[in-house]
Structures are given as C-alpha cells and as structure tokens.
Ligand binder design. Structure first.
Ligand SMILES: [Zn+2]
Length: 438
C-alpha cells in the first residue's frame, strides 16, 4: 500500500486527451500536486491509501476548464452598457468608464471577483488581457488559479499608461516581477490591429521573441475592422500581420470572424492558435468564427468567454453549449463539433494555445492536478447515457461542485475555499454604487 495525498474515486473520468477517452468507475491518484496514476477504482483501493479520499459516485471528473480569452476586471462593468455594436459600445461606454474607474485597486477587486465566478463554474486557468497586470497577479496569489496575464499595448492613453513607452515599461515591470511564478505567466497583449500601429506591433514581436512569450490579439473581430484596414493599410489585418512577421505559432488570434480563403491559408501555414468567443460575437453581432473550416485545416481552436461586459458571464460550461450549437447551425450540419470535441476546445486546446499542454489541459499522468467534479446525478442531467453530452448540452454551471488547481482545493461542495464570497459581494455592490451614477 502506497500513501498519497489524494484519491479521487469517480463514476466517470473524462480525460480530454487527444482521443478524449471516458473511463467508468476509475480513480485519480494525486500526489505532490500532480496526477500520479489513473486506474480502476477497485485497483486504486487495493494499492493506495490517501490523506484525503474523495468519493464522487454521481460525478464526472475532468480537467479544469481553460478560458482562453477574457478581461477579468470587466466583471464590474457587467450589464453597464448592453445591446450595442462593438465600436459604439467601446467608444461611448466601455473606454470612458475604464478611463474614469480603472486603477490598481479596481483591477485587484474586480479580478478577484471574476475568479470567484470562474472557479464556481469549473475554470482553473484563464488568459487575461487588461490593465494593471500586477493587480491581477496579486489576485491570483489569493485565488490560487493558473493565469496567463497580458502586457497590454494600445495606442492611446488609458488609466494605466499614457505613451507607448510607458505601456511597454509597465508591461516589462510586470514580466520581471512574475517571471518565475508558479501559476502566473506573462503574455504580450497588443489590443487589436486597429488600435496598435506597425511600430508597436514590431516591438511586441521583438519582446515576445526575446523572452519566448505568447502574443494575444483581437483579430478579425468585425467586418468594420477589415474595412478600416483596407482603407488605412490597403490590406486585410491578417495580411498586415503576416507582413509584420506576427503570424507565427506564438500568436493567439482571438475572434477570427470573416475569414476568406487567403486568410485561411495564411492561418493554416503559420500554426496560429484561434480562440473562439461565440457568445461575445453573437451579443455584439460581430460575426461567426468558422471553427469547422479551421479544424479541417488542422488549426488549434480554443474557447474563451471574452469579458463579462460583452458576454455577460464567464461561464465556460454555457460557452461550450453555445459554441457547439453555433457550429452546427452555421455549417448546416448537426455532426459539426460533437460534445466530446468541444470539451477539448475548453481544455486541451486551450492549454496548447497557451503553450502549457505539457502541464495541464487533460487528465494525464504527470500533469498538474487541475481537476473539476461535475455532479450529473441531478434532475437536470438524468439519465446519464453519455456524460460528455450531459455536460455540454444539459448541465448548468451550478453542477460544478469541486475544483482543484495544482492539487489545491479551490471549491469544496460549492464552497469557495480560497475566497470570501460574502466579502466579494459587498465589494462588488460598493463599486457599482460609484460606477453607476445616473
Ligand atoms: Zn476581448
């Protein structure tokens, strides 16, 4: 008998590995923050004793969800301005509110609040793009999630920085401070082709190459963006990025609607990862990311919620359902994007996009114990013929009961273990009183 940290006995294990095998009555053996073994429960009971033993007879256990694109601190702007087109929403509502309210304190409070929402819906890792990255990283230290945090670059003054030099300097300050952190990783985050000039995009590229960092960019989000690029640069944004040398496997291209055949060929040849954010794209009526075309060209597709001001939640369970339905409808084919595959978009593919698939994204030996439990033995999801289908097509996020990140318990039977739910609600209400002054 070996003694280990944690034994998790489950009715179903959804591995989210390449073939996404689903195992019944199996157990996860967790030791030293990692998955040490996966084996039938009767064998696990014979061979291991554990400091903590968890029984999940009505649950599916799967890897923690990876939200591949979000703006955490925008949770405090949720519902502030809805039912508008992207540029009206940004120019007349979001950017003015950000200029007035965003600060280190705002980003810390709002990010912590957003992490509570994400943990409660089964997300263990997120890829954030916002301002004051050190504030977000400080919140990560409290919450215990895995985080990729952007060094944002945008060609106009914001509450965080005024000049391009200041954006890069503040970004590098964050990078230097967190470069050896266990859970936080810096990324470059030029906002979009229409808000960042060639010179700054080339600086982004140089920094990313020098320090081996990923680059996040909103790309081909709307038709207006492409029309504006054709007017200003005489080429489509993807062509422009290719000329600048940014279309490489470093790039995480967010949104990617309105893709023509030339765009597709460039994306396929460059091994860019794409992040599909269907709910934000639908709400802003931006367009549809052609995930099946990308898939047919072997392009890695991850899933993100975008910020809570354009979604309006950070619910990856709901996002999976929307992504699957939209792919089916837009392709006129119900076989497009089956449940087992969209589960990979929300896990393994997200890890691939972030360059951490050797660490997380599936239940595999040696990977980090980033694990969630979803209770399927409920009125809403019975009977369970196929657990993957129940999670994607029927379950609600409230059915996520338990969450571990790097072996640490973040949610236990729906209770947040690292965050104070009542205190987070008080702060959110207090900030809203200041922000929403009519
Ligand atoms: Zn976004």
């Amino acid at each position: 008998m070996k003694t280990v940290d944690t034994l998790i006995h489950a009715r179903w294990l959804i591995t989210c590995e390449e073939e996404n095998k689903i195992l019944e009555n199996h157990s996860l053996v967790v030791n030293d923050k990692k998955i040490m073994a996966i084996l039938p429960t009767h064998e696990a009971q014979k061979n291991y004793t554990a400091t903590h033993t968890e029984n999940f007879p009505g649950h599916a256990i799967m890897p923690g969800l990876i939200n591949a694109h979000t703006h955490l601190a925008m949770n405090y702007f949720r519902g502030l301005a809805d039912d508008l087109a992207l540029m009206d929403w940004l120019n007349n509502h979001i950017w003015p509110a950000e200029k007035k309210w965003v600060s280190h304190e705002f980003v810390y409070d709002a990010s912590l609040f957003a992490m509570a929402e994400m943990i409660r819906s089964g997300t263990t890792c997120f890829n954030d793009m916002y301002f004051f990255p050190i504030a977000t990283a400080e919140a990560v230290d409290i919450a215990g999630m895995r985080a990729h945090i952007g060094m944002t670059v945008i060609d106009f003054p914001t509450a965080w920085a005024t000049t391009s030099e200041e954006y890069f300097a503040l970004g590098m300050e964050f990078f230097e401070k967190y470069k050896n952190h266990d859970l936080v990783k810096a990324t470059l985050a030029p906002h979009a082709p229409y808000t960042v000039c060639d010179k700054n995009l080339l600086t982004v590229k140089d920094i990313a190459e020098k320090y081996d960092l990923k680059i996040n960019l909103h790309l081909h989000e709307t038709r207006d963006e492409i029309a504006q690029s054709l007017t200003q640069y005489k080429m489509r944004p993807i062509q422009r990025l290719q000329q600048l040398g940014l279309m490489t496997s470093r790039l995480i291209a967010i949104h990617m609607t309105d893709i023509n055949e030339e765009d597709l060929a460039i994306v396929a040849a460059s091994h860019v990862s794409v992040v599909n954010c269907p709910e934000s794209n639908m709400k802003l009526a931006s367009g549809i990311c052609p995930v099946i075309k990308f898939k047919n060209h072997g392009i890695n597709i991850a899933l993100g919620t975008d910020g809570a001001a354009s979604n309006n939640d950070l619910n990856m369970i709901g996002e999976m359902r929307t992504a699957a339905f939209l792919a089916k409808l837009s392709n006129g084919n119900p076989e497009s994007l089956p449940a087992k595959e969209i589960l990979k978009h929300a896990t393994l593919n997200g890890a691939k996009a972030l360059g951490i698939d050797h660490l997380t994204g599936s239940l595999s030996l040696g990977k980090s114990a980033d694990i969630i439990a979803i209770h399927l033995d409920e009125i809403e999801t019975l009977p369970v013929y196929h657990p993957a289908s129940q999670i994607v097509y029927a379950a609600g996020r409230h059915q996520v009961t338990d969450v571990w990140c790097r072996g640490k318990r973040l949610l236990k039977n729906r209770e947040l273990m690292t965050l104070d739910e009542a205190a987070l609600k008080v702060k959110a209400r207090d900030w809203a009183k200041k922000i929403f002054v009519v």
